[in-house]
Design a protein around this ligand. Structure first.
Ligand code: HEC
Length: 145
């Protein structure tokens, strides 16, 4: 049941714009996606997704990732879509996420790298649960089982 719900969400809200607005626009005018310009933050998010997908592959192949992708720090400055505001909660989650992501590359850590990786991905999800639930099913695919 939960998954049906996610599927519904995923098919309508690929990014996490305002759900109502997008749905209304898609029914009125299909072209809306052609003129949609992603924000700096949306672009960064997609880069973070791809990079973490690569990191997951490296981990599964038995490699130890060693270099924190410093462009992730742009999460502190990238512009959000017009309808979103940077607030305290966003800042708090950004900091937690960056700390967790950095931990993946802490070769001195006693915690298994799979757990450190999943920790970071769970923080992606935690932040998304606060205001931007659309991409969550996609993000969940990054978790190492
Ligand atoms: C601090 C909160 C926060 C964290 C942490 C976070 N996100 Fe996001 N994410 C957002 C917000 C807000 C948006 C919407 C950005 C916008 O539209 O301007 C977004 C958008 C996205 C999108 C949709 C981009 C698009 O094309 O519109 C994806 C995919 C995504 N995030 C994946 C991730 C992944 C993967 C991680 C972890 C590696 C992550 N996010 C961590 C808040 C967060």
């Amino acid at each position: 049941m939960k998954y049906l719900f996610y599927f519904f969400f995923l098919s309508f809200v690929f990014s996490c714009g305002s759900t109502e607005k997008k749905e209304r626009e898609t029914t009125k005018q299909k072209k809306v996606y052609d003129i949609y310009e992603p924000s700096e933050m949306a672009i960064l998010m997609n880069q973070m997704y791809k990079r973490n997908e690569e990191i997951k592959k490296e981990i599964l192949a038995g490699k130890i990732p060693t270099e924190f992708p410093s462009d992730f720090l742009e999460i502190h400055t990238a512009n959000l879509s017009d309808f979103k505001e940077r607030n305290e909660k966003f800042e708090a989650f950004s900091n937690l996420f960056i700390e967790a992501e950095k931990e993946i590359f802490n070769t001195a850590s006693a915690v298994p790298v799979e757990n450190r990786f999943n920790n970071a991905i769970n923080l992606c999800i935690s932040c998304h649960q606060t205001e931007c639930t659309g991409p969550i099913p996609r993000i969940k695919k990054l978790i190492i089982k």
